[in-house]
Design a protein around this ligand. Structure first.
Ligand code: DX5
Ligand code: ZN
Length: 235
């Protein structure tokens, strides 16, 4: 966590509230700063950064350089950087992403034989620690580390690409996760979240909803952000 980042209590509060986390994966990288400003002006406070290494998942996306490029802007506007590592052996790069300005770091349970160690490494850097599970991984994969978690990320598509269709069975998995996790552990859902699928995710127990193409693929990302918020408000 860098000097520009947000304090831990504020980070945990933002992760535990019901809100949408725009994923910059679907943003226009030629004007990343203004895309981030658009959604933050609309009320977004959790900016989701998808890191892919070409090994754990086929694509290569962003690294610490891009995270640090937007860190000042996001923190300055009262937001946090939610870094989703889709990389093999994530424990090796945690310190680097923390230095880049990450506030929460998510590691995939499938990407390391040492999940407990990786979560401890995230905490040691002063960041909120989260474990992600892909669609084929049972919810029980996180059951032995609940004491070490601030959040669980439930993938509702296979990791690696934006714009995929929401997997309906994810709703039952979200409910199982919500049952097994202590109340203070946030539950994030990632993949295929849209006006059609968001409410179901909230009803199933998710509180933090990642949305990439739904927001940045819309003609007006700020307007779509507001529509999504309204969609889950009464749930
Ligand atoms: C996929 C990423 C997601 C992605 C979601 O591997 O983890 O965060 O950006 O994109 P949409 O919302 O388009 O499904
Ligand atoms: Zn993600």
């Amino acid at each position: 966590m860098t000097s520009t980042s947000t304090d831990r209590a504020a980070v945990l509060e933002l992760l535990r509230e019901r809100r949408f986390a725009p994923s910059i994966l679907a943003a226009d990288f030629a004007r990343l700063g203004s895309q981030v400003a658009e959604v933050m002006d609309a009320g977004a406070r959790v900016i989701h950064c998808d890191v892919m290494d070409g090994h754990f998942v086929p694509p290569i996306t962003i690294g610490p350089l891009i995270v640090s490029a937007i860190a000042g802007q996001v923190h300055g506007a009262g937001g946090i950087l939610d870094v989703h590592l889709m990389i093999e052996r994530p424990e090796n790069l945690i310190a680097e992403f923390a230095r880049a300005g990450a506030d929460s770091i998510t590691v995939h349970a499938e990407a390391t034989p040492h999940l407990h160690y990786a979560l401890a490494a995230v905490h040691a850097e002063g960041c909120a620690a989260s474990a992600a599970i892909s669609p084929g991984t049972p919810s029980l994969a996180v059951s032995e580390v609940t004491d070490d978690l601030d959040m669980v990320l439930c993938m509702s598509v296979s990791p690696g690409w934006g714009g995929q269709e929401f997997i309906p069975a994810s709703l039952r998995k979200l409910a199982r996760l919500r049952d097994l996790l202590p109340d203070h552990v946030a539950l994030e859902v990632d993949g295929g979240v849209s006006l059609e699928t968001a409410a179901g995710c909230v009803i199933a127990g998710a509180n933090l909803l990642v949305a990439g193409s739904a927001i940045f693929g819309a003609p007006d990302p700020a307007e779509m952000y507001a529509k999504l918020v309204a969609e889950v408000e009464a749930k």
